[in-house]
Write a protein that binds this ligand. Structure first.
Ligand code: PLP
Length: 421
């Protein structure tokens, strides 16, 4: 029987047979001739990925932004690593721990588009960015530019830096529907003065999913002698890019979001010639000021998470970065196109395909986001997260590769009924 027919038959009978790591990689290999855009619309094909997840039947999960829990084949690898570390104990820690971590760095650097000498594995984006924000040699009166839509923990860190060193924090506000890149670039540009030292900018704004023109912002900032720190928590292994091409000075991301690494892993990129300027968060034995290792002391930590990184990379490569991105964007556009013209439903994410991918944000006229989230969960069994600040009033909606159009249809129907209630 042809594989596709087999899959369709399974769907018709409502059965789900997980294919496992090898099975799924064969399925993807068999579709290697299909373009990402064509495969993105092939719902039967993506059921194979859905079958790899153990999903709670209690609700439709449209909140995959906080943490992308693992598909079963990756969870099994992770459990194997936990068992192996528990078996080897200190022997592992004293022998190949660092060599293995470096292998993970090399794999991550290849995806990120930077040199392994410029990348470290941290616990998360927060640790990565706070290492930079707290580690810059600030002078009293230095200025930093950030957006009110940036992630709260980074804004909190800038507040600490302001209290401690007298840094002046200047805020811009990113519009939910910019007319073009220049409008965004100009917002940052107009906030620059002779005292500006850095710009913090989100690659993908976490509350709306809007993708910002990092390359253009970096080019503009550098013309003014300003450094650029990018919060890429949501962009890594979600949309394709290369840090070298973006041209920023520092870049951070979380691996437990879109790369499907177990909880507690992130990356920090620091441009080679800037490494020596950053004061480490935790002291390390590395004395060469140009080695990024001096910013990477962790103490003893769960090494099985690091060990799962190459498995997660293999899974990501097996799907194919372009195919993953295309499917995620297709899912988002599938549902947003059905509500974008509704007079009472407010889409807080740009409709231009290049300005968003999986994540978007939607509100209902006259309804508090917290009420919307509560009613979606209670009345429609749809799990989302309410956002109600920084000019964004709605629920963040984050499908994942396992999300089906049937689930999104249910969500759209729920929005329509809530919008007229
Ligand atoms: C834009 C952005 N930055 C930073 C973070 C913090 O990530 P973590 O908690 O993994 O450090 C998040 C988390 O959702 C985020 O969305």
């Amino acid at each position: 029987m042809q594989k596709r027919q087999f899959i369709k038959d399974i769907l018709l009978t409502g059965m789900a047979i997980p294919l496992g790591f090898n099975g799924i990689s064969k399925a993807f290999a068999s579709q290697s001739h299909v373009s990402p855009e064509a495969l993105a619309a092939d719902n039967a094909f993506w059921e194979e990925i859905r079958n790899q997840y153990l999903l709670k039947p209690d609700y439709i999960n449209l909140e995959n932004g906080y943490y992308n829990f693992l598909p079963q084949p990756l969870l099994n690898k992770y459990i194997e690593h936990i068992k192996e570390i528990n078996y080897q104990g200190s022997y592992y820690m004293r022998t190949v721990q660092w060599e293995n971590k470096q292998k993970s760095v090399i794999g991550l650097a290849a995806i990120a588009g930077c040199s392994p000498d410029e990348l470290i594995i941290t616990r998360n984006t927060t640790e990565s960015l706070d290492t930079i924000i707290g580690g810059i040699h600030w002078q009293i009166g230095d200025e930093a530019i950030m957006a009110e839509q940036d992630y709260g923990a980074m804004l909190d860190m800038f507040k600490l830096v302001s209290d401690r060193y007298g840094v002046v924090n200047k805020f811009i506000s990113v519009p939910n529907h910019p007319k073009d890149d220049d409008e965004i670039v100009d917002l940052y540009k107009n906030a620059i003065t002779t005292k500006t030292k850095v710009i913090l900018v989100s690659h993908m704004i976490n509350i709306t999913g809007q993708i910002l023109p990092i390359k253009k912002i970096s080019e503009m900032a550098h013309q003014h002698g300003v450094q650029v720190i990018v919060d890429g928590a949501h962009a890594f292994a979600h949309i394709q890019y290369s840090i070298a091409d973006l041209g920023c000075d520092y870049y951070a991301a979380s691996l437990h979001k879109w790369l499907s690494v177990p909880l507690g892993a992130g990356i920090l990129f620091v441009k080679k010639d800037l490494i020596k300027n950053i004061w480490p968060l935790i002291g390390d034995g590395e004395k060469d000021p140009n080695k990024i290792k001096r910013l990477n002391h962790t103490g003893t930590h769960p090494v099985h998470t690091d060990l799962t990184i190459p498995d997660s990379i293999a899974y990501y490569q097996m799907i194919g970065p372009a195919k993953k991105e295309a499917r995620l964007r297709w899912l988002q556009q599938y549902w947003t196109s059905k509500i974008k013209d509704h007079p009472n439903i407010l889409l807080n994410t740009p409709t231009d395909a290049a300005r968003a991918c999986a994540i978007s944000n939607v509100g209902i006229q006259g309804m508090k986001p917290a009420i919307l989230a509560e009613r979606l969960m209670k009345e429609h069994k749809i799990f989302t997260v309410a956002i109600d600040y920084a000019n964004v009033h709605g629920c963040r909606i984050t499908p994942n590769l396992y999300t089906t159009t049937k689930e999104l249809d249910q969500f759209v129907q729920a929005l329509h009924s809530l919008a007229k209630a």
